[in-house]
Design a protein. Structure first.
Ligand code: XMP
Length: 520
């Protein structure tokens, strides 16, 4: 989708390792729209994007080496205000005739800068303050016409500026929280020097997105595969606001969702939003396809392939649809390197490749969330009236409960797991309410074993349930949650009492690594 282009934007030139993502997030936190472009963008392409300001990110390379990333020097002559951090500062110094060398001693971690003279960028920040450094190279001679406005003990040139050219640069990282006045420096740059307005608010963003969707879609119709996950739900709510009855949603109930989820999708989208929701009951079809399959990757493949088959069968019943909506979000785009620049000369490697269109079937794609980070997506969802159970739900894998049943998936096992999982969620939801955000992801797993037990006078031979609950920031690493024993006892007691067919409960006390969060 065309970006929201009536808002003034800041472009972050990224030198790699996704330093740019954090900077873009920080700028958006200050309610200014910001986009990321790779370092090899030309000055002409950048000019075409009409940014109000440019940020040059940090990066791991050495600017004096030929193989290192170098920006088009003409970027500094566009007359657009520039703020460079770390490697970004070294680029400015290099282009403007200063000297960058390997410093005798690197500087990593907290450092104290002392200010020299006035600087609109440093503004009212203290004469002496803590900043965050991470560099081996340093600017050892500032370019002519640039004032040195701060230094540390190890780094005499820690900040430079040329106010006439509106170019500012720091060896330290204003974008990290450890730089105690970093956010003030960013604000000084954005609002005092560049003169931007803080107008990237959820309300404005929705308004602009609605206009952009209307302009793109016109009188055409759009189809969306609604899964009940955060991204597709927010796409549905946003498209509904923009184009109302021209939106048609397909919800495939494959029987692998958690207790209450299919009902919640119908309640929210059919009853509350009055969206044209086409529900397909594919539970038998999936059960048949999954019968006898024990390999986790095979399960994933079958579930994915079947999904698109069911979806396109349904789509073909609806005539006159032009667009297929996708819940792609900005990190998907950045991480896949799918878009080279945001300018009209963008290289968009279509996400079409990822969708197995049947022969002779074609839809144009519309991706209304493709410039938003996850927390922005959630904020948009809440503002549009989606309930917390959808907007703030814990991560749930696409293949659903199928990868939480070890071995063959059957409808009976799905019923067992669904009931046990509902108890785990209910109890830990309540605990999380008391201790906000304490547990990141929590669920039940049904292993392919049975064990002996005794209930009343009878011996049982039944399945156990494994409870998995982890703390994490981003699912890359995770620690098992140190839940209170009373809570674990309650979960265990309820599961064996309420779920017939379960006679034992175990708690997974492994972190990631070496384990993964899911069991398959
Ligand atoms: P692991 O198990 O690899 O999981 O530690 C990390 C995060 O990814 C989720 N996950 C999946 N999500 N399809 C998904 O959409 C999958 O096949 C899948 N496998 C794992 C998992 O729930 C956790 O949040």
């Amino acid at each position: 989708m065309d970006k929201v282009d009536t808002m003034q934007k800041v472009v972050v030139v990224d030198f790699g390792a996704q330093y740019g993502q954090l900077i873009a997030r920080r700028i958006r936190d200050l309610k200014v729209y910001s986009e990321i472009v790779p370092f090899d963008i030309s000055a002409a392409e950048l000019k075409e994007m009409q940014p109000a300001a440019i940020i040059l990110s940090g990066g791991p390379a050495s600017v004096y080496l030929e193989e290192s990333p170098h920006i088009d020097p003409e970027i500094l002559e566009l007359g657009i205000p520039i703020f460079g951090f770390c490697y970004g500062m070294q680029c400015v110094a290099d282009i403007e005739g200063g000297t960058v060398e390997k410093a005798g001693k690197g500087e990593y971690g907290a450092a104290t800068i002392k200010r020299h003279g006035d600087s609109e960028m440093l503004g009212d920040t203290p004469e002496s303050q803590q900043v965050w450094m991470s560099h081996r190279d340093s600017v050892t001679k500032a370019p002519e016409d640039y004032a040195v406005t701060a230094s540390t003990e190890n780094c005499t040139i820690a900040a430079i500026e040329n106010p006439d050219k509106k170019i500012y640069a720091t060896q330290f990282h204003p974008e990290v929280n450890h730089t105690s006045h970093g956010s003030e420096m960013l604000r000084n740059f954005l609002f005092n020097i560049v003169g931007l307005e803080a107008n990237w608010t959820t309300k404005n963003v929705i308004e602009q997105s609605v206009e952009a969707i209307k302009a793109q879609v016109g009188d055409e119709h759009v189809i969306l595969a609604l899964s009940g996950g955060v991204d597709s739900s927010v796409v549905a709510a946003l498209l509904h606001k923009a184009i109302g009855s021209q939106l048609h949603c397909v919800f495939v109930n494959h029987g692998l969702l958690r207790k209450g989820e299919p009902e919640s999708v119908e309640r929210v989208f059919k009853d509350q939003f009055k969206i044209d929701l086409n529900v397909v009951d594919a539970q038998d079809r999936y059960a048949q396809k999954l019968s006898g399959i024990t390999d986790p990757e095979k399960k994933r493949r079958i579930i994915g392939e079947e999904f698109w088959k069911v979806f396109f069968e349904e789509a073909e019943k609806l005539n006159g649809i032009t667009y297929l909506a996708q819940g792609t979000i900005y990190p998907d785009i950045i991480e896949s390197g799918a878009r080279k620049t945001g300018g009209s000369s963008s290289t968009i490697k279509s996400h079409h490749n990822l969708i197995p269109f049947p022969d002779g079937v074609h839809f144009d794609l519309i991706e209304p969330l493709d410039y938003f980070f996850k927390d922005e997506v959630r904020a948009i969802g809440s503002e549009l009236g989606l309930p917390d159970e959808i907007v703030h739900r814990q991560p749930f894998p696409g293949p659903g409960l199928a990868i939480r049943i070890i071995g063959e998936v059957t409808r009976e096992k799905l019923d067992l797991l669904r009931e046990a999982d509902a108890i785990v969620r209910e109890e830990i939801d309540a605990y999380n309410k008391e201790n906000p955000g304490a547990v990141w992801q929590y669920f039940a797993v049904l292993p392919d074993i049975r064990s002996v037990g005794v209930m009343g006078d009878e011996r049982t031979y039944a399945h156990p349930i494994i409870v998995r609950a982890v703390e994490s920031q981003d699912a890359m690493t995770a620690d098992w949650a140190k839940l209170p024993h009373e809570l674990l006892a309650k979960i265990s007691g309820r599961i064996v009492a309420e779920v017939e067919g379960i006679n034992r409960v175990a708690y997974d006390i492994t972190s990631k690594p070496p384990a993964t969060i899911e069991w398959e």
